[in-house]
Design a protein around this ligand. Structure first.
Ligand code: PMP
Length: 408
């Protein structure tokens, strides 16, 4: 069989990380990977995560047993409260199902697999509509389970904001009961989110067309620094009575990247059998999970559960989140100010208008290449920069380099 295996290309983002690590320049700047860095360009273990870690390590009952198939219950139950709000009608009416997953990626995959298997109701369109652009892995994940993929306009190159009219039109034109993937906050890669009012219009069209919302939530608390505000879109759709699913990652907001802590949630529409629907969905998710990973990893989930279930630690987590989002916002301001000070051709307000971990700079592929080759500044070739890679020491260097490549 070996002859039948062609060489696959290296993953673009992980290839970029490798090139960065191999670069020996003292000036090098990593604006590629979406992981938070402190002002010293170092990974940041959240102080509240350190505390939870201490608590766990000092627990004489700590062991490394298997979790149940659906994961750690104190983790999944608080996770769904975090995204839906503890007062959610879906929780009060017990019409949800939750499964712990291999971080956000595993949640998107489990959801994709579930839909590939069960989204077969009469008249439903199995095509998954992804925003253009989106997190590159969405294409692979949905493609791997055999669901057809289409896109809807999302980013307006002219305004570097939301292509709202195009998006709504595409949702209107899509066949009824299509699957629509939505980023509820801090859209990756653009950093552009709909306003509350735009979300309401999006929900109205989706309701009219009976579309199925698939929320991929990888940055709750990272966009605005406010966990509730970042969950507002999902909560609004639940209020509107949609049946929907949510992929939830704790990689960024807890800094638990490698621990792979995440959840997949399902919420049924309200109705007399809503609880029954949720229970049946949970039973099928358990079957899929068993054959995929058997049971999820324990440690990251325990850390998150320790924080989510303790009011004092929870309050401290919110402080930590504000520190991360605050530093990112200050870097947005600094980068924009430096570019404007240099008189760099073009407008740079989009850097502060966009939110979350990333900014879609509008730099061309050729400019990105020059930044890497001449200035040792690494970013994805679509011109996306991870704001967390900027700090008080390198922001001026980056601005000057951008200024050079934009002018020449
Ligand atoms: N969805 C989106 C939109 C993301 O940006 C990411 C992280 N890059 C993920 C899902 C999943 O990340 P993880 O598997 O590390 O939780």
């Amino acid at each position: 069989p070996a002859e039948a295996v062609p060489q696959a290309p290296e993953d673009a983002l992980f290839g970029l990380m490798r090139a960065y690590r191999a670069d020996e320049s003292k000036d090098k700047v990593d604006l590629g990977i979406g992981a938070y860095r402190d002002d010293n360009a170092k990974p940041w273990v959240l102080p509240v995560v350190k505390k939870a870690d201490e608590i766990l390590r000092n627990d004489p009952d700590l062991n490394h047993e298997y979790l149940p198939i659906a994961g750690l219950a104190p983790f999944t139950s608080k996770s769904i409260e975090l995204i839906l709000g503890s007062d959610s009608p879906a929780l009060a009416e017990k019409r949800t199902a939750s499964v712990q997953t291999i971080s956000g990626t595993g949640a998107v995959h489990l959801g994709a697999l579930f839909l590939a298997r069960f989204y077969k109701v009469a008249g439903a369109n199995r095509t998954v509509y992804l925003p253009n652009p989106t997190w590159a892995n969405h294409n692979q994940i949905f493609g791997n389970v055999g669901l057809p993929i289409a896109t809807y306009p999302y980013f307006d190159k002219q305004t570097r904001g939301l292509a709202f009219d195009g998006m709504v039109q595409a949702l209107r034109d899509a066949p009824e009961r299509s699957i629509i993937l939505l980023h509820p906050c801090a859209h990756n890669p653009t950093g552009v989110d709909p306003t509350q009012e735009q979300w309401r219009a999006i929900a109205a069209v989706m309701k009219e067309k009976k579309h199925f919302p698939f929320f991929d939530c990888a940055y709750q608390g990272f966009a605005s620094g406010d966990l509730d505000r970042d969950a507002a879109a999902v909560r609004y759709f639940v209020e509107q009575g949609f049946e929907l699913v949510i992929a939830q990652s704790f990689a960024k907001n807890f800094g638990l990247y490698g621990e792979r802590a995440g959840c997949f949630h399902f919420a049924a529409s309200p109705g007399p059998d809503a609880g029954g629907v949720a229970a049946r969905v949970a039973s099928q998710l358990a079957i899929l999970q068993r054959s995929e990973i058997s049971n999820p990893p324990i440690y990251g989930a325990k850390i998150a559960a320790t924080v989510l279930n303790d009011p004092a630690l929870y309050a401290e987590w919110k402080e930590n989140l504000r520190e991360m989002s605050g530093r990112i916002i200050s870097m947005r301001k600094a980068l924009r100010a430096k570019l404007e000070e240099l008189g760099t051709p073009g407008t740079w307000n989009h850097i502060t208008d966009q939110i979350g971990m990333f900014s879609f700079t509008g730099l061309s592929e050729a400019q990105v290449k020059r930044l890497q080759e001449e200035f040792h500044i690494y970013m994805t070739k679509n011109g996306r920069i991870s704001m967390a890679g900027l700090n008080t020491r390198n922001v001026e260097y980056v601005a000057k380099a951008i200024d050079k490549v934009v002018r020449e």
